[in-house]
Write a protein that binds this ligand. Structure first.
Ligand SMILES: Nc1ncnc2c1ncn2[C@@H]1O[C@H](COP(=O)(O)OP(=O)(O)OP(=O)(O)O)[C@@H](O)[C@H]1O
Ligand SMILES: [Mg+2]
Length: 563
């Protein structure tokens, strides 16, 4: 076949493949155009889940008659003119192809009138070359786009359309997302003539009304507001203290653009960390604002991903800002431990350079020593866990293994079959000791991209000053920021993933005692949840004799046999 230029409709249909997946994608493109046109009232009418009709009407600036033809042409936009514009984009659209794409796979009519124009005009693109025909219509200032019979000429696409109800549910979710992105814009959504959503325009202070309308009253009852700024980055919004069973209330915007971004999701998950049980999800509405030239929006045709120039900084900023907000809440966390026993006046400070040179305790050499006998509660928790445990079919178990991890309970208890006995191992002390052992071997300092400013008790501050050199040797970069506060710029790498605000103050407060005991105590007080892979690694990295001892501590076999 010779090389040819594709007819306009076919080229547009190919482009449509990337952006027009279903009726909801059409609604997204049209409503974004209305927002870019400065509208403060947008009405969306849907018939038959969008299969038959999608109509978006706005009161924005409108399109002049002479530009209607261009608006329907591919690569025609009023939003950027140069590469510089693209690199600092603030409008939602910029590719100049949404209308051309949609009109190539549907029967689309664009009607519009600008302020001061004496009449309104309607435009339709027809035939394989998509020639635009104009006709006069009655229309107020603003624009209406009507999309009939989506995918009527692309049967392969049409086949993938789901039932009316499902497609409308996607549209509804999209309108909710948009409603949270621009609370100053009034939105109405109708389906088959019936009003389904109505969001009046809001100004400034009573944003909660829309938050409640979109996310529900339950979300609003457990709200934590946050607003953090670091250099040119700002993160504000709300996070709920109440975890949910579905990831359905997770809204995130970058410079007003709705996002499904992996980096942001990762940072958010990291901030929630151990606060959520398995199967639980965080609920949040977050707005990230940063200079437009620090983020590339031209990553995906549907524009729901971005690339940050300084991805690490943005990631750590989001994680920290959110973790700080969550730390104020009681979301599944015990209160931060304050082990700040007043120092007896006469007691010498045993932990000084010579004291560090004393013979190392078994713990100080990284050896495992068993934790104290389990409490009644620990045993009953482990037994409860066992009652719910589904055995691994015998055929799937390796035979020769002396110990076989079976189940992880509550992110903390690893149930194992160990030499024919059922044992539960508490991972919390294993993790604490693994971190301490690494520290003792000389772990690297991990600089924090965002220094943490910690309020401290006078005794904790005094300890930080007194032992500064030793703390620095372990990777802690501490700096007195202001009276009563310490700036943490780096932490030991093995403790990087833990919230420094939770383990450092209690550790400093107990430094005069044995530093490793003090650190272990501080780490044990941190509620943590482990994932299966982490649990396996913690267990498998344990030397055999340490496994032996750990397994002895919570040996459930006698309890099982006595039942
Ligand atoms: N509702 C509207 N009100 C006013 N002008 C509009 C409206 N919709 C579209 N336009 C004009 O038509 C042009 C083309 O719209 P289209 O959506 O195809 O491209 P875009 O928004 O520039 O970029 P993208 O393809 O990224 O959406 C826009 O640049 C804008 O000038
Ligand atoms: Mg557009």
């Amino acid at each position: 076949m010779p090389i040819r230029i594709l007819p306009a409709r076919l080229a547009n249909q190919i482009a449509a493949g990337e952006v027009v997946e279903r009726p909801a994608s059409v609604v997204k493109e049209l409503v974004e155009n209305s927002i870019d046109a400065g509208a403060n009232r947008i009405e969306v009418d849907i018939e038959k889940g969008g299969h038959r009709l999608i109509r978006v009407r706005d009161n924005g600036g409108g399109i002049a008659k002479e530009e209607l033809t261009l608006a329907l042409s591919r690569h025609a936009t009023s939003k950027i003119a140069s590469l510089d514009d693209l690199e600092a984009i603030m409008s939602l659209g910029f590719r100049g192809e949404a209308l051309a794409s949609v009109s190539s796979v549907s029967r689309l009519t664009l009607s519009s009138r600008t302020e001061g124009a004496s009449e309104a005009w309607a435009a339709q693109a027809e035939g394989r070359d998509m020639e635009v025909k104009l006709s006069p219509v009655a229309h107020p200032v603003g624009t209406t786009v009507e999309v009939h019979d989506l995918f009527f000429n692309t049967p392969a696409r049409r086949k993938f359309l789901k039932a009316e109800k499902t497609e409308f549910a996607h549209i509804d979710e999209l309108v909710r997302r948009i409603a949270l992105s621009r609370m100053d814009v009034a939105l109405v959504l109708r389906h088959n003539g019936k009003v389904m959503r109505q969001y009046p325009a809001l100004r400034g202070d009573n944003l909660d009304a829309r938050l409640g309308a979109v996310c529900g009253q339950d979300f609003c009852r457990h709200l934590l507001a946050l607003d953090n700024q670091h250099q040119a980055l700002r993160l504000w919004g709300w996070v709920s203290e109440a975890p949910r069973n579905h990831p359905d209330l997770q809204y995130c915007y970058v410079n007003g653009r709705m996002m499904k971004d992996k980096l942001i999701n990762h940072a958010v998950r990291e901030a929630f960390g151990g606060r959520l049980a398995e199967g639980q999800h965080g609920a949040y509405v977050l707005y990230l604002e940063l200079p437009a030239n620090q983020v590339d929006v031209n990553v995906h045709p549907a524009k729901h991903e971005v690339r940050f120039h300084d991805a690490r900084l943005v990631h750590d900023f989001i994680a920290r800002a959110l973790a700080d907000a969550l730390a104020q809440s009681g979301l599944g966390e015990e209160p931060a431990p304050i082990i700040d026993a007043p120092r007896p006046k006469s007691a010498p400070a045993p932990w000084s350079a010579p004291a560090m040179a004393r013979p190392a305790s078994p713990r100080a050499t990284g050896q495992y020593s068993p934790s104290p006998a389990p409490s009644r509660q620990q045993v009953s928790e482990a037994l409860d866990a066992f009652a719910r445990w589904q055995p691994v079919p015998a055929a799937e178990r390796p035979i020769a293994e002396p110990s076989q991890p079976l189940h992880l309970e509550a992110g903390r208890w690893l149930l194992l079959s160990h030499k024919g006995r059922l044992v539960a191992v508490d991972l919390q002390p294993l993790a604490a000791r693994a971190a301490i052992a690494q520290l003792q071997k000389g772990a690297a300092a991990q600089p924090l991209l965002l220094p943490v400013n910690l309020p401290l008790e006078p005794s904790q501050l005094a300890a930080a000053t007194q032992y500064q050199a030793q703390l620095a040797a372990w990777g802690l970069d501490l700096h007195q920021a202001s009276p009563g506060r310490l700036l943490v710029r780096a932490v030991p790498a093995p403790l990087r993933d833990l919230d420094v605000a939770q383990w450092l103050p209690p550790w400093l407060g107990a430094l005069d005692k044995d530093p490793w005991d003090a650190l272990e105590e501080a780490l044990l007080a941190l509620p943590r949840r482990f994932r299966w892979q982490q649990a396996l690694a913690l267990w498998q990295d344990l030397p055999p004799d340490a496994q032996e001892q750990a397994a002895r501590v919570l040996d459930l076999q006698p309890l099982l046999e006595s039942h």
